[in-house]
Each structure stands twice: as structure tokens, then as C-alpha cells.
Write a protein that binds this ligand. Structure first.
Ligand code: BG6
Length: 504
């Protein structure tokens, strides 16, 4: 099939990334400063940014190219992770950085942008990657304005990268899609979910589908339950106003964590080609059982942090954060049990939890296997301990398999031990950030790690009954202390199935 593949390299290895113009809307925003420009600089540093590429920032603030370069230089110095800042390289990189100020509702801005893009057409072959790092309420109208201004088509390709959230629910996600797809065809729409770009999440596919020994066990016969945890110790970090409207279920589960779950649970695709992989993810998301609203209290838990004390410091509660209403009903913690109604997974619970201001930052996936059928050692004491496979996404990056071992010495005393793989010690190289990977993929036209509308639809459908139930009921919040592991109800949810959260 290699010859039929439109991508130069189906292993996503030696791809030819063509030159293009990258237009960033929201060029003074947090995401641009923290992630986009540092990632592009890093790609340039590693010579992965093709010659001829230009980056054009836009926001309303009037700035010259020089001003913008200075601002971005400060941002790169501040946010570049694990790599040196090189003055010389920055100078070269900065020469391809431009700024076009303007209001996104103003037709004149689009003419100015068009003019600017034309000046680079020879070196970019007319290829343009538009990156929407703006208020979600503006996504559709900017796409439409690009269409009206004749900027959605041209000599080269025109792609649109959209940041999450894609809508606030199924209806608004569809509306957004309808409007965007009138201007950009689906294959040119890149919906970014940065969790899919994380090396450790990509490695789940390698682990599952490039090894012979795990996949035979990867099903309801051997797997007892799966836990996906994305715990953050930070609070809402000045994003109180946004977060109050969003909440943890929308902010993390509908997108990132359901995509992680799909990666863990999907079937292997026949080939490693963008739509083949995405078809499998989409199929999995469509197989998630949809709860009836009345069932939600059994299978989902809403939490919000109150004040707490960590390491001798007092932490404010969510309702005391700037921009947050004193009676906000927002979920800063969300946990849910999902079932995948297909032959592989019938009856296996997938527990997902995420929250702000939890005890520590950790994202991992724990697969708990069924226990040995009976313990021939130590019969009187506890029964056999289940094997546990933990895929560590961050901050630790690796995989650990827990099994029982004989303790040295007389008799037959057992203790759990683990076999560990750690990225750092095995590879000894820096792990690229998700945004580096995803930006490069979009330039290369490889959408494997981007979400498709059918995937977005399916994941909204899975969370919608929970959102509806939560919106139509008043909860007694806050219900967990900053710095703890979340509300007690979350432990109760697992206890009803005879399970418990692994780290609590
Ligand atoms: C973002 C959410 O999408 O992901 C944030 O909006 C969250 O609230 C962040 O903090 C977590 O990403 P990461 O890569 O730090 O786990």
C-alpha cells in the first residue's frame, strides 16, 4: 500500500514538510506565547521548519513586526522547555516572524492579510495554515470571513487549525462544523487535541500494536477495569472566567480523556494512515454507552474545590478565584464511569477522573487485570493481587507492570514488584512537546493525531447526559479541599463496583 499512500512516509518518519505561511489569530494570547511560538522556534532549532516558512501573527493590539518579535523573544525565553535559547538562531527565526494588526470583524483586516500573504507566495507556494487561537465564539465567523475574502482557497493548500472547545455541546459543535465546512472541506480542518500529540499517548499505539504479548490480553476476558487519571495540582490560573463557563467535564473529559480512552480501547487499524486510524478511534467513541439522565448520579461525580492548605500555604477555593461568581456551580473535578458496548469490552468499566487543585500532578492510565483464579500461597491472608499495567503520561513518562514476587528468605511470602520502562533512561533524548508534533503534522498534511467531526460528535454524545443532569440540579459545593484527592462521592462511585481509585 505504500505507493498508494498520499503521505511520503506511512510511518510518519521522514516526511517532506512543505513551506507555508502560518497565520496565528490570537497572536498575543497565552497559548501563542506558551506553546505555539516556542514550539515553532524549537522546530526551527531542530531544522524541522522548512525553509521559506513565515509566521504571521494577528491580534487587535497595534504592534510593528519589530515589537512583535521582541514580545515573542521574551515568551520563548520564558517558556522554552528543556532547550537552550540561542541568540543567533532566534535572529534568523525572528526574520520570518511578522505581524498584521486588525480586528477580526473588519473586512479591511482580511485585505491587509491577503496582501501580506501575497508578498510571500513565491516562497510558500501559496500554502497557508490558519491557526485559530481565539475566543471559540469567533471560530465560525473568522472561517467565513476568510472565505469571503478569498483566503480559503488559493494556489497552494489552505488549512484551518481549530483549538478546543469545538462547541459547548452536541448542537453547538454541529453548528460550528456546518459553518466551517461551508468554507473549508473536512480534510483541511485540523481540530487539535494536544493530548493526542503527547509522545506517551502516541506510544500507546506502539505498545499495543507493535508487540505480540499484550494485545491477546487486551479485552474483557483478562482486563478487570481501566482507570484514567488526569490530576492537576494547579488551580484555574487566572482563567477563572473561562473555566467557570467550561468546567472540568468539558475542559478535559469530553476531548482529551475520551481521546485517550479511545486510544487505549480502539481496534488496530489495518494500516497506519490518518483516516484508517481515525475510523477506529471514531468507532470506539461511538460504542460508548450513553447514560440516561436518571442514571447519571450513579456513574458520574461532580466536584468543586474549596479552600485548603498545601505545604504550609493557604490556597483559595474556586469561588474565591478572580472572575468566579461566589455561588458558581462549576465542576473543577469530574469523574465518570463509561462502558464500551462492543465485544472486546462489554462489562469492563472505564473510570475517568480529572480535577484542579488535587494532591499532585499526575496523568496516567492503569489497566487492572483479573486476578489469578486462586491463591495457592498464603491462602488464609489476602487473596491474589491483580496485575496492574500503568502507562505514565506525565510528569513521569513510562510504563510499569506490577506483579507478585517471592520475598527473599524462607517460606513463601509475596510482595508486589514492578518492571519499569522509563523514557528518559531508555532513550536519553528530549521528548518533543505535543504542539511541536501537531504543528509539524498539520504542515505535512497528516491528520492522524487530529480529531474528526464524527469523533467530536460521539464524545459530546457521551458526556451530554452528564452535563444536562448537572445543569439541571443544584449541588452542594464546594465538596473537596484544595490539595486533596477530590470528593468522597468519587470513591463511593468505584466502591459500588468493588473498586477503588489507585492513588487516593
Ligand atoms: C487544557 C485545559 O486543554 O489542558 C487546561 O484547558 C488544562 O485546563 C490543560 O490545564 C492540561 O494540559 P497538560 O498538557 O498540562 O496536561
Amino acid at each position: 500500500m505504500a505507493g498508494a499512500n498520499p503521505f511520503t512516509d506511512e510511518l510518519r518518519f521522514d516526511r517532506r514538510v512543505p513551506p507555508c505561511a502560518i497565520v496565528i489569530f490570537g497572536a498575543n494570547g497565552d497559548l501563542t506565547k506558551r506553546k505555539l511560538i516556542p514550539s515553532l522556534y524549537r522546530l526551527a532549532f531542530e531544522r524541522r521548519l522548512p525553509e521559506g516558512c513565515v509566521i504571521i501573527g494577528n491580534s487587535r493590539t497595534p504592534l510593528s513586526d519589530e515589537d512583535y518579535r521582541e514580545k515573542m523573544k521574551a515568551a520563548v525565553k520564558q517558556y522554552l522547555e528543556e532547550s537552550p535559547f540561542e541568540e543567533g538562531l532566534w535572529e534568523t527565526f525572528a526574520r520570518s516572524l511578522y505581524y498584521v494588526p486588525g480586528d477580526l470583524n473588519d473586512v479591511q483586516f482580511y485585505s491587509a492579510l491577503k496582501e501580506k500573504l501575497e508578498t510571500f507566495e513565491a516562497q510558500t507556494n501559496g500554502n497557508v495554515l490558519y491557526y485559530l487561537s481565539i475566543q471559540p465564539s469567533q471560530y465560525a465567523s473568522v472561517a467565513e470571513c476568510l472565505g469571503v475574502a478569498g483566503l480559503s482557497q488559493g494556489r497552494g493548500w489552505r488549512r484551518l487549525v481549530i483549538e478546543k472547545p469545538f462547541g459547548r455541546d452536541l448542537n453547538t459543535a454541529r453548528e460550528l462544523n456546518d459553518r466551517v465546512s461551508k468554507v473549508f472541506p473536512e480534510k483541511e480542518v485540523y481540530r487539535i487535541d494536544h493530548y493526542l500529540g503527547k509522545e506517551t499517548v502516541q506510544n500507546v499505539l506502539a505498545f499495543r500494536f507493535a508487540n505480540g504479548i499484550f494485545e491477546p490480553l487486551w479485552n474483557r476476558r483478562y482486563v478487570n477495569s481501566v482507570q484514567i487519571t488526569a490530576a492537576e495540582s494547579i488551580g484555574v490560573e487566572g482563567r477563572g472566567a473561562y473555566y467557570q463557563e467550561s468546567g472540568a467535564l468539558r475542559d478535559m473529559i469530553q476531548n482529551h480523556l475520551l481521546q485517550v480512552m479511545a486510544t487505549i480501547a480502539m481496534e488496530p487499524s489495518a494500516i497506519f494512515e490518518p483516516d484508517a486510524v481515525r475510523d477506529e478511534r471514531a468507532k470506539l467513541l461511538r460504542s460508548i454507552r450513553i447514560w440516561k439522565e436518571a442514571e447519571v448520579p450513579q456513574h458520574a461525580v461532580k466536584g468543586q474545590y474549596g479552600p485548603g492548605r498545601v505545604g504550609g500555604n493557604d490556597l483559595a477555593g474556586f469561588r474565591q478565584e478572580p472572575g468566579v461568581a461566589p455561588d458558581a456551580q462549576t465542576d473543577t473535578y469530574a469523574a465518570a464511569t463509561f462502558y464500551v458496548d462492543n465485544w472486546r469490552w462489554a462489562g469492563v468499566p472505564f473510570y475517568i477522573r480529572t480535577g484542579k487543585r488535587l494532591a499532585r500532578r499526575v496523568t496516567d492510565i492503569a489497566i487492572r487485570f483479573n486476578s489469578a483464579p486462586l491463591s495457592i500461597f498464603n491462602r488464609e491472608n489476602d487473596g491474589p493481587r491483580p496485575n496492574l499495567l500503568v502507562i505514565k503520561i506525565q510528569p513521569e513518562e513510562g510504563i510499569s507492570l506490577r506483579f507478585q514476587s517471592k520475598q527473599p528468605g524462607g517460606g513463601m511470602r509475596l510482595r508486589p514488584v514492578s518492571m519499569d520502562f522509563n523514557y528518559g533512561s531508555s532513550f536519553g533524548v528530549r521528548t518533543p512537546t505535543a504542539y511541536e508534533t501537531l504543528l509539524e503534522d498539520a504542515m505535512a498534511g497528516d491528520a492522524t493525531l487530529y480529531t474528526r467531526q464524527d469523533m467530536v460528535d460521539a464524545s459530546w454524545r457521551a458526556v451530554e447526559p452528564i452535563l444536562n443532569h448537572w445543569n439541571s440540579h443544584k449541588f452542594d459545593l464546594p465538596n473537596y479541599e484544595a490539595g486533596s484527592w477530590g470528593p468522597r462521592e468519587s470513591d463511593d462511585m468505584l466502591a459500588r463496583n468493588g473498586h477503588h481509585w489507585r492513588l487516593a
